[in-house]
Design a binder for this molecule. Sequence first.
Ligand code: D5M
Ligand code: FE
Ligand code: ZN
Length: 481
Amino acid sequence: MNKELTVALNYALHKGFQIHPDAFKILENVDVQKLEKIIKEIVREKTRQKLFQISQDDLETYLGIKDDPSLQSNVKVLSDPTTKITTGEGVRGYNALFSSRFNKLKRIIADRPESRMLKSIASAKTTKSEDDFYVCGLVSQRNTERNITKLVLEDPSGSFEGVVFATELQKTAGTLLNDQFVMTRTSLGKNSGFIIKDIILPDMPDQATNKSETEAYAVFLSDLHIGSKYFMEEEFAEFVSWLSSPDPIARKIRFILIGGDVVDGVGIYPNQDKELVCQTIEEQLKKTEELIDKIPKNVKIIIMPGNHDPGRRALPQPAIPEKYNSSLWKRENVVMVGNPAVLSLNGVKVMMFHGQSIDDIVKTTPGLSYDKPTNVMKHLLRARHLSPIYGSQTPIAPEMQDLLVIEEVPDIFHVGHVHRAQLDMYKGILLVNSGSWQKQTPFQASVGMTPNPGIAIMVNLKTFQVFHENYNSNSDNILQS
Ligand code: D5M
Ligand code: FE
Ligand code: ZN
């Protein structure tokens, strides 16, 4: 306890007052310069009323930080893979997965007027028509040689190779990802090959954003890596205590979203034990729980797993299993969801995804990089898929349904994983990469990855105004937008 607080408390005690423990918590967060004045005034007022206890309510009234009871905090889980995961068997499972991907995305693209001229690949191959037609499918090959890009598409009726000649269109073709769904405008060339004249992605429609009726705020966090030596425990604790401070924004926070890599896990990478301060999942989750318990109870906390958290590694991931820490599941203000998940926060649709696929996409796509993760997020939105590339670093399970297709149009898209906090907008959708609370690891340093950890991003769900609190003492560590 600091000196000023001791002096202030002694003053009240000598005047015959009792101080409620909740009131004490508030006092701990008050500016020390103001403590003496606050206590003296409250003591004077309450002595006049002949009431000799100082409660949380007294302090909140005095400081003008009484929580606004009209602020809503409604959480609805609109989509969560946890209970839908079935895992089909081997090849049959993957066939089902890809046919589900194709069908869902074909349904999405059917809203476009061009879809009326859509042919199946089998019927396109027998066409004699000189008119342009459209086909759609999943990209199974793309390669560029001598100024020509060849694309192979597959649909349930067969596969088709088309050639792209136009320079601009080749650039678009160059950014297509393997197993991504596309529609092409195509014509029959002179020597019966197919010429691709346009490439159309499912993409997002422009549409009005849903807003909250009341000014509740949501905080976007991810990649805490609790249990790691590099977890910024002090900074994170400082942020958590800010949540109980009289700050006007802190007083309006009703949601905290944690987008995965809550803990550092065990055995996630070779020799990880040397970089851990908590050696078991249980210990790591216990520490998580201790931090979560310091968050005011009127804040709903949504917890999603990432590649470091317990449960299965392959996407889609179920929520962190209850067996590791049943008490997180039992808390009334905590909602455990899988990865990816879609939530409604006071009517605002938030799509959360840890972001594992970013690694594969950055590696294969010209123009994309780790330091601008929101550009990769735009790529995912255009593809209407959270992890298009199959068979690379990101494990994908053979589900009977492709739960990674972006079926809903979100108002906010929340991703983490690459440890770079960044904000952007795309077609009216607010893009948030929530960065991390882990300092640069030796691995990240060795590959030149520079995280900007220790930044909490928050959004007013009524106005969509964005704020942030930066707990990093390094002045180069800033939020990108
Ligand atoms: O990953 C944080 C970022 O660092 C993410 O972009 C992957 C990358 N990363 C971390 N460890 C490795 C290894 N061992 N190989 C390749 N890429 C890696 P996070 O999930 O938080 O560890
Ligand atoms: Fe991480
Ligand atoms: Zn991660």
